[in-house]
Every structure is written in structure tokens, then in C-alpha cells.
Ligand binder design. Structure first.
Ligand code: UDP
Ligand code: MG
Length: 330
């Protein structure tokens, strides 16, 4: 069985079209499939659309969060629900072309790879800020973690082994793409160019959300920024010893020391470095704080399952979630 997991946030304009396209592709495959939609607390009519789609897509299963918990949480919810031998995670806006699904499945069946990964060319018409931001993020990520994720996407097929390994990870902050890279396993790649969204709108990620996401991804993945502080400290210590020697020598030789500007400058530099250092430590402490709190990743508000599937119960939602779900959507 193949599970397709789709995180959805405020996609009322596209959701019908894209789920229909994905469903058509799945029907053409000769394996049994389930389509898992996680509504990440959409504020528009997305959930109503999903409920309506239940009539035309019998293999649909869905959960709706009580608020927007973020794509990573939605992916976690979807993966926890998935029952398939292989799971594909994809976007709901057709930027992850459904035509790749048969290719991914064929590759998975033909090779002994555990992960079929799609690698992308960045879409045309992205704003300069986003492009630069993405470049900065991936460069930092590579420098700090040694994983080059710049061409990776969230669109991948994972087999049961990988999904179980991923679900077994204990950490709260889960940067899906990074962690799947971290897991290892045998992987094959398919490349594609990311198409524009059919409705002409742009990404639903605000710049603020993206920045927060990037910070969390880096912090949850690498402690090297903390080491940078240590190295800066060592650098300054060496510099200070050198200065002290110089000053001592000048005092002995009786030449006057005029260096007011230097003192101010040093004060400023050291002060700002200390603040930077404390800031970085603060981010890590905040992350530890979040881990320790152990809050659920998401809270389910509504859910429905495949109609003809009596064996599946919604109480199988992950232990991490407080299932406040009232079965059957209203
Ligand atoms: N998404 C989500 N929660 C969010 C933001 C986005 O589940 O808070 C979903 C969204 O519906 C889409 C996918 O994540 O299916 C990718 O979002 P988007 O297309 O806005 O981002 P991009 O194409 O820039 O990666
Ligand atoms: Mg998109």
C-alpha cells in the first residue's frame, strides 16, 4: 500500500484541483493507496472543501488541526497516520507535480533504495529577498551541519523502515528535510523544475515564518554556532595578550600611550560580541525549554477516515497528539 501525505494550509482555491489530480494519478497505479490530508488550521474554506471531496475520493483520510501548527507538524501528523509500505509527502499546491508519483513508485519497486528523493531547480519568478534568503539559509546550513539541502525538497517517497525511524526520533523540533538526510539510508534521486502555483499566488510562508523556520532548523541541527562564540573568545584573548605585551613594552620604553579611540572601539567590539554570544546561547536555551515542556506537536480538531475502512480507527492518531478529535466531520 502507498500512502500520500499532504499538508494543507489555506489552499481553498487549489485544493480541489490538486487533490483530484493526485487522486487520478493514484488511480492509474495498480497498487492500493490512501490519501492523507492534514489541514494545518486553515482559516479559509479548505476544510469544507476537503469534506466535500470525500465523496469523490474514497481513499481520503483527513485531520484538521485546532490552529496553524506549521508544515513540519502537519507532516508528522500525516506520517503517524500513514499505513502504507511506502509514504510520499507532497505539497498541496501542485508545485510538486503528481506526474512524478508513478516514477517514484517505479523506482522504489525496481531498486532497493529506501528513499526516492526529488531534487529541484528553483522556480522562476521568486522574489529577490526570498532567493537571497534561501541562498543564505542553505549556505549557513551547509557550513554548520555539512548537509547540502539546497536542492532537496519535501517531496519524497520513504519506505516503512525510514518512516518508522523518523517517527522514532525523540526530538521536538523536527526539521523534516534535514532529519531525513540525517537518517541516512539508501536513496535515489529524480530531478524536476518547480512549476509556478497554478492560481498565480505565491508561497503562503511569510518572511517571518520562514526566518523562524530557518533559525529552528539550524539550531535543532547544529551546535556549531555555540562553538563559534568560543572561538571568537579565544581569538580575542590572544589579541588581548598581544596588546598587553605591547602596552607593557611601551611603558618600559617611556613612550606615551595615546589610544582613547582604540579603547572605545575595543569596548564596542567586545560588547557586541558578548551580546551576540548571549543571543545565540539564548536561542539554544529556548529550544531546550521547548523540548523540556514536551507539548504535543499539534492538536487535532476534526478528523475523518476512509468510509469503507472499518478496521481503521481514529484513535490510532499518534500519542504525541491530544486527540480531541470528534470522529466523522460535521
Ligand atoms: N503549509 C502548511 N502549513 C503552513 C504553511 C504551508 O501545511 O503553515 C503547506 C501548504 O499548504 C503547502 C506546503 O505546505 O502544501 C508548501 O507551502 P507553500 O506552497 O506555501 O510553500 P513553498 O512552495 O514556498 O515551499
Ligand atoms: Mg508551494
Amino acid at each position: 500500500m502507498l500512502s500520500v501525505v499532504i499538508p494543507v494550509y489555506c489552499e481553498e482555491t487549489l485544493i480541489r484541483e490538486s487533490l483530484a489530480a493526485i487522486h487520478d494519478t493514484l488511480q492509474a497505479l495498480d497498487i492500493s493507496c490512501e490519501l492523507i490530508v492534514i489541514d494545518d488550521g486553515s482559516t479559509d474554506n479548505t476544510w469544507e472543501q476537503v469534506i466535500k471531496l470525500q465523496e469523490v475520493i474514497p481513499i481520503l483520510r483527513a485531520q484538521r488541526f485546532s490552529r496553524n501548527f506549521g508544515k513540519e507538524s502537519a507532516i508528522l501528523a500525516g506520517l503517524s497516520l500513514a499505513k502504507g509500505q511506502a509514504v510520499i509527502v507532497m505539497d498541496s499546491d501542485l508545485q510538486h507535480p503528481p506526474v512524478l508519483i508513478p516514477q517514484m513508485v517505479a523506482l522504489w519497486q525496481a531498486s532497493d533504495a529506501d528513499i526516492v528523493e526529488t531534487v529541484r531547480m528553483r522556480p522562476a519568478g521568486e522574489s529577490v529577498v526570498r532567493k537571497l534568503g534561501a541562498r543564505l539559509f542553505y549556505t549557513l546550513m551547509y557550513a554548520l551541519t555539512d548537509y547540502d539541502l539546497s536542492r532537496m525538497t519535501d517531496y519524497k517517497l520513504m519506505n516503512r523502515r525510514v518512516v518508522d525511524a523518523w517517527l522514532a526520533l525523540g526530538e521536538y523540533n523536527r526539521f523534516y528535510r534535514g532529519l531525513v538526510a540525517w537518517l541516512g539510508f539508501k536513496r535515489v534521486e529524480i530531478s524536476f523544475t518547480v512549476p509556478a502555483r497554478p492560481d498565480g499566488t505565491t508561497s503562503s510562508w511569510s518572511l517571518r515564518a520562514l526566518t523562524k523556520f530557518a533559525m529552528q532548523a539550524i539550531v535543532s541541527f547544529s551546535s556549531r554556532p555555540l562553538q563559534v562564540i568560543t572561538f571568537a573568545g579565544i581569538g580575542f584573548f590572544v589579541f588581548a595578550v598581544f596588546m598587553a605585551l605591547r602596552v607593557g613594552q611601551q611603558m618600559l620604553s617611556g613612550s606615551a600611550i595615546s589610544g582613547f579611540a582604540t579603547v572605545i572601539l575595543l569596548q564596542l567590539i567586545i560588547g557586541s560580541l558578548m551580546m551576540l554570544g548571549m543571543g545565540i546561547i539564548g536561542v539554544y536555551i529556548a529550544t531546550i525549554y521547548n523540548e523540556v515542556k514536551g507539548r504535543p506537536h499539534y492538536i487535532v480538531r476534526d478528523a475523518f477516515d476512509m468510509q469503507d475502512d472499518e478496521t481503521s480507527e481514529l484513535s490510532t492518531v499518534p500519542t504525541a497528539s491530544m486527540s480531541s478529535s470528534e470522529d466523522e466531520a460535521k
